[in-house]
Design a protein around this ligand. Structure first.
Ligand code: 6PG
Length: 247
């Protein structure tokens, strides 16, 4: 599965490309009267996208009534904690758009992690159309990538990478020890569309290793993202792309 690679001049251009895609999803949702299921990524990269979606021309072009938002991972902290992915999304997007609260499916970071991972999996299976293997099929999963090649909260050399039983697992950040709840690879790979959003020069080496399939690339969790039926995309700014070319 060769991913489609999109290289933009800067983070703003990358955010605009994604925002335009969400507008297209909104148009299709209205035409087909069908809900859309998104899994948002965490960290700092998506903030620029969320802030763009919260403002014109995008805020008036997207009918959020059709969108159900989930998170591909969350830190095990309350929503008002500085590390909360939900908290960042609320501040940059949710507090500025008209989206029904029933459409916002927060991973409850302050809950017991194992119980919350189970609860979230149940919530997704109850709401999201399932694929032929009984896995919730997201319309679009957004992912970031760390400079160690982790994605969501799936970190290199961890047993969570081999979990093909669950939809969500509890992980620990290898440096900070912070507990996280994360989608598993089977859930991510069941999506119709998966897009990595990767910016900044600190990531160009790992992006190059993975996208050129250089020696040892398979060890990186981001390299294990391979949709079973859907489309895989990498959106990179010029700093992260370095010598890579669009494909
Ligand atoms: C998280 C993420 C994680 C993130 C990458 C990139 O909760 O931290 O989901 O996978 O996307 O670490 O983070 P930055 O966007 O901050 O570089």
């Amino acid at each position: 599965m060769k991913p489609k690679i999109f290289i933009q001049n800067n983070k703003e251009a990358m955010a605009r490309a994604i925002a335009d895609g969400i507008v297209q999803l909104s148009i299709q949702a209205i035409i087909n009267n069908r809900n859309v299921y998104l899994a948002l990524s965490g960290g700092s990269t998506p903030r620029i996208l969320f802030e763009m979606l919260a403002k014109e021309p995008y805020s008036g072009a997207i009918d959020w009534d059709y969108f159900h938002l989930f998170w591909g991972d969350e830190r095990c902290v309350p929503a008002d904690h500085a590390d909360s992915n939900y908290g960042m999304t609320a501040a940059s997007l949710l507090d500025h758009i008209n989206i029904p609260s029933r459409n916002v499916h927060r991973l409850i970071g302050e809950a017991d992690p194992e119980s919350e991972a189970t609860r979230y999996a149940r919530e997704m299976k109850a709401l999201i159309p399932l694929n032929e293997n009984g896995l919730p099929r997201f319309d679009w999963v957004f992912l970031g990538m760390g400079s160690d090649g982790h994605t969501a909260s799936l970190f290199p050399d961890t047993e969570e990478l081999n979990n093909d039983e669950d939809l969500c697992i509890v992980a620990r950040h290898p440096q900070s020890g912070q507990k996280r709840i994360s989608f598993t690879l089977p859930l991510i790979n069941a999506a119709s569309r998966i897009s990595f959003l990767v910016t900044g020069g600190a990531k160009h080496q790992i992006a190059d290793t993975i996208l050129r399939q250089r020696e040892g690339y398979q060890q990186y969790p981001a390299a294990m993202v391979a949709p079973t039926e859907g489309q895989l995309e990498w959106y990179l700014d010029k700093d992260a792309a370095n010598m890579l070319e669009e494909s």
